[in-house]
Every structure is written in structure tokens, then in C-alpha cells.
Design a protein around this ligand. Sequence first.
Ligand SMILES: Nc1ncnc2c1ncn2[C@@H]1O[C@H](COP(=O)(O)OP(=O)(O)OP(=O)(O)O)[C@@H](O)[C@H]1O
Length: 277
Amino acid sequence: MTTDQTVIVPALGTLPAPSLASTLHAREVSAWFGRAKVLDRVSIEMPAGQVTALIGPSGCGKSTFLRILNRMHELVPGARLAGQVLLDGQDVYDPERRLTEARKSIGMVFQKPNPFPAMSIRENVLAGLKITGSRIGKDERIHLVEESLTRAGLWKEVRDRLDEPGSALSGGQQQRLCIARSLAVKPKILLMDEPCSALDPTSTRVVEETITQIAQDVTIVIVTHNMQQAARVSQRCAFFLASHGTPGVVVEQGPTDVMFDNPADARTADYVSGRFG
Ligand SMILES: Nc1ncnc2c1ncn2[C@@H]1O[C@H](COP(=O)(O)OP(=O)(O)OP(=O)(O)O)[C@@H](O)[C@H]1O
């Protein structure tokens, strides 16, 4: 896990909100595992076409919050939640909406690259279509593979080896393959849970460039322990904290440059400058 918390790079300017991207809004979200409450009334607006970084010390509920956004939390036995998650104003947890609909609209990239090892690069990119039940023709598939790999910044490196197994790629390439796999189902939102923590600095930079590129038409929410990374890739930040066995809360949120250069709360200042956490 990256612990470098020296802030030297200013946040990128706010990107314009493009038409394809969507806004995600968490309202008063609380979460429990069994009887243990781990999040308390977290409200965060994640604007269209921007990168929102979730930061905070280990165990304060960032990953749990992220998994609530695409309905993965409910898969854990004994897990509960309260509050609302709105995708462009529509409740993601509306009983009328199918679970696959939420998963299709809200993709996820995990800490450790997880391509399907027995599948080729091409099959990996298309794998999400099967899971979401989407059917497309051969020409569309060819186009989608190229488009998704291009958006993930991987096309030039793999265009001549699409039939090789995904596991033959480097760690950084595998993570970009996973990003391509998520993009192939045309999500409105992409959730990323420490997507670079298993990567070397060079691969990390390439994935960060990819994040900046795709954020122009996909809204991104990223959990990161790397404060430099939060400053480099995000336009907004939310700082989570759980003190002395209490559930995680959001102490402060706002534009990344304000959170890093002029935070309102002393605890935010201490965390982003590496004085604790
Ligand atoms: N499946 C689970 N069952 C029970 N408790 C869990 C489970 N997953 C997480 N927790 C607990 O919920 C709290 C929040 O965990 P979570 O992983 O969301 O925090 P985090 O901020 O993402 O931590 P890290 O930065 O270390 O990944 C912790 O106290 C953790 O022990």
C-alpha cells in the first residue's frame, strides 16, 4: 500500500461536464456489518465528468462506501445499509430496478488486476457483455474491442496480440485491460478501489493518464491512499475518518486544490500533509 503523502503536484483544473457522463449522489448513507456500524450518514455528490477521490486512513469505510455505490455491499452476508444512492436522480436501490442495471451503469476496477486468465485479451474486453446480457454483432465486437482498448490506453501495445491470454500482460497492462473490460459495457460511472496500489511507479503514471482521459466521458470515483495521486487525478476529494471505534464519517469534502491547500478542518490538514494516517 502506498504511504507517500507529500503533496507537491497541484490538482488538475476542473474538466467540463460532457453529455455522456452522469452524476452520482450519495445521501445520508450508513452501513453495518452485522451489528457493527461502519459508516454514518455519508453524503457526497460525485459530479458528472469529474474524478472524485475518497481519502482517509485505513478502516474508515472508503471501500465499503465504494461498494455501496454499485450494490456490492448487499452481497456480504449480514451487511446492511441505509440512505440513498442516486444516479442522475434515479435511486440505484429502487426495487423496480434490476441489479444488473446498476452493475452495467456503474463499473468497478479493483486493487489487484483481475483479468480472466484463461481468456484472450479480446475475450477479456468482451467478457462484461456476457455478464450484462448484451448481444452485439461481429463487426460491432471488433469495433468495441478497439475502442475500449484505445480508451484504456492499451490498443497500441496489444493490437497485434489480441488472441494472447490476458495473463501474458504486465501488471500495469492487465489493470488497463480491466479498465477496457469495464469501459466495454459503456458505464456511466467507474469506481476504482486503489487501482494502482499493486503497480510500479511507471505503470501507475500510465493508469493515471488513462483515468484523466476517460474522465472526460465517465464519472470516476477512486479510493486512494496516495495523496500525490489524489492531487494529480482528482477534481474533488472527500476525507473519511473513523475515530476510536466509531463509524466512518466524511469530515470534509470539496475541490481537491482547496482540500490540499486550504482545508477547513485541522484533521484534513494533518492527513493530507502526512502528519497521521
Ligand atoms: N466483510 C466484512 N465483514 C465485517 N467487517 C468488515 C467487512 N469489510 C470491512 N469491514 C469493516 O468495516 C470497516 C471499514 O472497512 P473498509 O474496508 O471499508 O475501510 P477502508 O477505509 O476502505 O480501509 P482500507 O483503506 O484499509 O482499505 C472496518 O472496520 C472493517 O474491519
